[in-house]
Design a protein around this ligand. Structure first.
Ligand code: SF4
Length: 73
């Protein structure tokens, strides 16, 4: 069954997560733990780091499951 795309908005950045694409590498969690914490149900707190840091970490996701778009702050 296809899982739903998750969207997390914060001032300056919107992050989406596609659970169907994630390869569970853990790169996001290790790189920016304050933002990416799988112990939470809504596991991405996009406002827990500056938008530029969030965008940079999302760019390291090896599968493309994470995507980030800069928005107005
Ligand atoms: S970095 Fe990407 S592929 Fe790896 S666990 Fe995070 S979302 Fe999944």
């Amino acid at each position: 069954m296809t899982k739903r795309l998750q969207t997390y908005e914060a001032p300056g950045v919107t992050v989406t997560f596609d659970p169907n694409v994630c390869v569970h590498s853990g790169v996001c969690v290790r790189g920016l733990r304050a933002v990416f914490d799988v112990s939470r149900k809504r596991w991405i707190h996009a406002d827990a780091a500056p938008p530029d840091e969030v965008v940079a970490q999302v760019a390291r996701c090896p599968s493309g499951a994470l995507q980030a778009t800069r928005t107005a702050e």
